[in-house]
Design a protein around this ligand. Sequence first.
Ligand code: CMC
Length: 429
Amino acid sequence: MDNNNACVVVGGHSAELKLRSSTIGPSVLDIGSLYEQTKMFTYDPGFTSTASCESSITFIDGDEGVLLHRGYPIEQLAEHGDFLEVCYLLLYGELPTAAQKKDFDYRVVHHTMVHEQMSRFFTGFRRDAHPMAVMCGCVGALSAFYHDSTDITDPHQRMVASLRMIAKMPTLAAMAYKYHIGQPFVYPKNDLDYASNFLRMCFAVPCEEYVVNPVLARAMDRIFILHADHEQNASTSTVRLAGSSGANPFACVAAGIACLWGPAHGGANEAALNMLTEIGTVDRIPEYIARAKDKNDPFRLMGFGHRVYKNYDPRAKIMQKTAHEVLGELGIKDDPLLDIAIELERIALTDDYFIEKKLYPNVDFYSGITLKALGFPTTMFTVLFALARTVGWIAQWNEMIEDPEQRIGRPRQLYTGEPQREYVPVSKR
Ligand code: CMC
């Protein structure tokens, strides 16, 4: 047997399987020929041991709490880079030169407006619709407006669609917010940077001058960087699976948004803040810790735990720092929710249950406090996550389309239903 192969013996059949090496992190056992050789499938609901694709975009070492984009640590990107630079990095694989950055920023900025008819879409939604519901609908609808960038076999059209989505997502997110609160839409202003433009579209009103606070804009930009990509998480895998059938990128990203909405994924930032509000005072924390540990209680500490990180989520550390910066800039000396979060974290990190299960704060634990201080209602939190994650989805989608091994994603199953049986006419049942 080849040294690069592994031999698996099952049910009297032996199968020779290829080992594939990673640059860092675990290698994989390629089981693509397992069924052919043994007539057996593998079983791994939740994909705890299964790599669904090959990727060179993002790497996570969950035990060490490391997150790299194209090899660069998230801490360095968040400290020194800006969001559009990270977008360029994720899409093209390298950090841009000054000239490439200028050109990229220009190309994104000149796609920020959405088709005017899109604004009429919004009025079809109830005012009290959750903005994530609105986003699912409106982003999916982009494919009805931008036919000239839906041919996925054309690399140029793929890039135009990618830039369109990165550029238009803040505009749509701000429109969802404005519609929700009954204010007029604010058009993008292309001489502002990405984050400032977004803050202005959310918080400016036509009757007053709006001056963007650079500290808050920088914090917003950093929040976008922290959410830009996270390898094969549930929503990214959804985008890839949707795209594997050849669906257009706008439809695929809409599918990603729908998946992100769930409280176990992107919806956790909204759920975490709601939880902190419900806890209300520091003295009630032990009650909630006890509930989180109780097997018979479905309650979980939102913003805690992660499928991959069995250490502190590196994004949570930066988010905590950003929360302090934003509160400091806004002169919020005592935020009871921040006090509860800090104390909750302290207790959880010293509690045997959380230590044993390696449950640490994740990115969503401090993001809600920061976003609330920036002025966003909880219902917008996951929308902001979707806005930032769009580049990750689209970079992963592009990588999949360009992968020569790409085929339609089609998992198999362990069937446990009735064996074949004869139809019984209704009169005889
Ligand atoms: N509070 C209390 N117990 C927990 C928590 C929590 N937040 N998270 C996991 N556990 C326990 C869980 O009960 C289980 O215990 P046992 O082994 O006794 O059954 C054990 O830890 C392992 O949990 P799991 O559900 O098997 O782990 P998972 O990898 O399937 O789930 C998770 C990961 C993120 C869905 C989960 O930790 C969770 O629900 N956390 C709260 C929601 C949250 O903050 N999500 C945001 C994730 S980061 C951003 C993103 O991806 O969008």
